[in-house]
Design a binder for this molecule. Structure first.
Ligand SMILES: NC(=O)c1ccc[n+]([C@@H]2O[C@H](COP(=O)([O-])OP(=O)(O)OC[C@H]3O[C@@H](n4cnc5c(N)ncnc54)[C@H](OP(=O)(O)O)[C@@H]3O)[C@@H](O)[C@H]2O)c1
Length: 296
C-alpha cells in the first residue's frame, strides 16, 4: 500500500489521479494537511498505525511559497526540513520506504552545465535552504529513501506559472488592453526545464515498483531546456491567444528572492537505472493545457 502525503497539492493530486485510475488501482491512502500535518510526528504515526499495510510513503507536502519563505522561515523550515525528518523517523520505525521530492533551488544555478545528483548543494534562498535541510534529514533518519529533485512544476491543479500566464494572456487578449503597461513581461535570462506533475507522478510510481535498498537520489524534469519567456510564449501559442509577451531581465522583475539563473538537471541516471522515457516539455505542456480546458 502506498501513502500519498499532501494530496491537495499539484503533485499529490496527480498521484491520486493515477493511483485511483482503473488501469492502476493500487491500494493507496491519501491525506491532506488537516488529516496529517507532517510537522507533528504523532499525526504521522497515527496514519501508519491505522493502515498497517502501508509499505511506501510519498511526501508531496511542502511549503512552496518561495517569495515568502524568507519572512516565514520558521514555517518553511518546519514543513520542508523537520516535516520530512519526522516522516523519515516514522518510516524507519515501521520499516517503510520514503519518497521525498526536492528541487533545483538547492543549487546556486551558477554552473551552466546540467546539475548531476552528486553536485554540491548551494541554495540561494530560504526556500532552497529549507528543502536542502529536508533532504539531509531524510537521509539521516530513514533507512530506505528516494529523493527526486524536480523543477518548474505545473499541473492543471493548483497555482502555477502555466495557469497564471493563461489567465493574464486571456485577460489581455479579451480586453485588448494593458497588462503591466501594454503586455506581459516575462524573464528570459533564467534557464531551466518545466515539469508536468502528471509525468513526475508516473515516474515516482515506476520507481516505487522496484526493490529499493539504502538511499537514492534522482533528477526528474521533462526533456528540453527553455527560459520562462519561451515557456510563456509556448503557452499562448499552443492556446492560440493573441497576446504580446516582452522578454525582460531578472533584474527588471520585482522579487525578494535570488533564483538560480541556470537550473537544468541532468537526467541520465534516472533514464539509465530506471529506464524511464521522459516526454519533451512541449508535448507535456500540450497535454496539461488540454486537461485545463476540459476542467474549465
Ligand atoms: N512548484 C514547483 O515549481 C516546484 C519545483 C520544484 C520542486 N517542487 C517540489 O515538489 C513538491 C510538490 O510541489 P507542489 O507544487 O505539488 O506543492 P503544492 O502544490 O504547494 O502542494 C503542497 C501541499 O502540501 C501541503 N502542506 C503544507 N504544509 C503541510 C504540512 N505541515 N503537512 C502536510 N501537508 C502540508 C499544502 O497544503 P496548503 O496548501 O494547505 O498549505 C499543499 O496541499 C514539493 O516538495 C516542492 O518543494 C516544486
Amino acid at each position: 500500500m502506498i501513502w500519498v502525503v499532501g494530496v491537495e497539492g499539484q503533485l499529490g493530486h496527480e498521484l491520486k489521479c493515477l493511483l485511483t485510475s482503473e488501469s492502476l488501482e493500487r491500494e493507496s491512502v491519501f491525506t491532506a494537511v488537516h488529516e496529517c500535518d507532517i510537522t507533528k510526528i504523532d499525526t504521522i504515526r497515527a496514519v501508519v498505525k491505522k493502515h498497517p499495510a502501508i509499505k511506501t510513503i510519498v511526501n508531496c507536502a511542502a511549503y512552496t511559497a518561495v517569495e515568502k519563505a524568507g519572512e516565514e522561515s520558521q514555517r518553511a523550515f518546519a514543513v520542508n526540513s523537520e516535516g520530512p525528518g519526522n516522516l523519515a523517523k516514522v518510516a524507519a520505525e515501521f520499516d517503510l520506504t520514503l519518497f521525498h521530492i526536492s528541487t533545483d533551488y538547492i543549487f546556486s544555478g551558477k554552473h551552466f552545465t546540467p546539475y548531476k545528483e552528486e553536485d554540491d548543494a548551494s541554495p540561494l534562498s530560504a526556500y532552497g535552504a529549507s528543502k536542502w535541510q529536508g533532504e539531509l534529514a531524510v537521509r539521516a533518519f530513514a533507512s530506505r529513501s528516494v529523493v527526486i529533485r524536480t523543477s518548474w512544476l505545473y499541473s492543471s491543479y493548483g497555482h502555477n506559472f502555466v495557469k497564471i500566464i493563461l489567465e493574464k494572456a486571456k485577460k489581455s487578449a479579451d480586453a485588448n488592453a494593458n497588462v503591466n503597461n501594454g503586455n506581459l513581461r516575462v524573464v528570459y535570462d533564467q534557464i531551466g526545464s518545466p515539469t508536468f506533475a502528471g509525468d513526475l507522478a508516473a515516474a515516482i510510481l515506476e520507481i516505487s515498483k522496484r526493490e529499493l535498498q539504502g538511499h537514492a537520489i534522482y533528477n526528474y524534469t521533462n526533456e528540453g531546456i527553455t527560459s520562462w519567456y519561451d515557456f510563456a510564449k509556448a503557452i499562448v501559442e499552443i492556446e492560440g491567444i493573441e497576446c504580446e509577451i516582452t522578454p525582460i531581465l531578472s533584474s527588471e522583475y520585482p522579487s525578494k528572492v535570488e533564483r538560480p539563473m541556470y537550473s537544468v538537471l541532468n537526467k541520465s541516471k534516472i533514464k539509465q537505472e530506471i529506464g524511464i522515457k521522459i516526454p519533451h516539455w512541449r508535448e507535456s505542456l500540450k497535454r496539461c493545457l488540454c486537461q485545463i480546458q476540459k476542467r474549465s
